[in-house]
Write a protein that binds this ligand. Structure first.
Ligand code: 5RP
Length: 223
């Protein structure tokens, strides 16, 4: 099975967590796009969605799902999103699609984070995938120096030759060379560096469930 087919399988499998009459939290990325495709089949049964990016909002609206402002919602029962890495405890690295800040905000509204991922995303220790960090542009260099002191190399993410600008008007550093042995402590530490908007470690908002696409079918991991 191709990676695309595995993503489609977990996207469809995630429908079982969507409750009729409720608002669903929706992430960002190619796996979530498969979930949104599947959601089209039950769009009339849900009250709407809170979206984590302009890209997902556009897709949700295109299939006829009402998109609510996160401020209009007190809680969500589930938030469904992909990941760039997930470890054996449900800690994740996210932000490959530059939507990490809004993803963390919507995830924080939800009782349960349902991660949908193909098996290539499973790791023993977070850090193989370059860690995305959304930063205020004037702080980028000092934040890069802080990562260098930890053995990491931070590179400004570019798009079409210029710094990528997120939905929040900020920049992204991608950090290689890290082995994140204690994701909770790492997330807490980096979060308080001046100029960090969001670090792409999701340990405080870790997955409750991961639907993992494998050659043997969809595995359900509970954390
Ligand atoms: C976007 C994300 C995505 O969930 C992550 O990059 C995985 O993407 P994909 O499903 O395309 O592999 O964090 O900011």
């Amino acid at each position: 099975m191709t990676q695309d087919e595995l993503k489609a399988e977990v996207g469809r499998a995630a429908l079982q967590y969507v409750q009729a009459g409720e608002v669903v939290g929706v992430g960002t990325g190619s796996t979530v796009n498969k979930f949104i495709d599947a959601l089209a089949s039950i769009k009339d049964q849900i009250a709407g969605a809170v979206s984590s990016s302009e890209a997902s909002t556009e897709r949700l609206r295109a299939i006829g799902v009402k998109v609510l402002d996160a401020n209009a919602v007190e809680r969500l029962s589930v938030y469904i999103d992909g990941a760039d890495e997930i470890d054996g405890q449900g800690h994740m690295v996210k932000g490959g699609g530059a939507a990490l800040t809004r993803e963390k905000i919507v995830a924080a509204l939800a009782d349960r984070f349902i991660c949908i991922a193909d098996a290539s995303k499973q790791v023993q220790t977070l850090g193989r995938f370059p860690l995305p960090v959304e930063v205020i542009p004037m702080a980028a260099t000092q934040i890069a120096r802080r990562f260098a002191a930890k053995g990491g190399q931070a590179v400004l993410r570019l798009k079409d030759g210029a710094p990528l600008v997120t939905d929040n008007g900020q920049h992204i550093l991608d950090v290689t060379g890290l082995a994140i042995a204690d994701p909770l402590a790492f997330e807490s530490e980096v979060n308080q560096w001046p100029g960090v908007v969001t670090v792409g470690v999701f340990a405080h908002q870790k997955a409750a469930v991961c639907l993992l696409g494998t050659e043997q079918g969809v595995q359900t991991l509970e954390f």
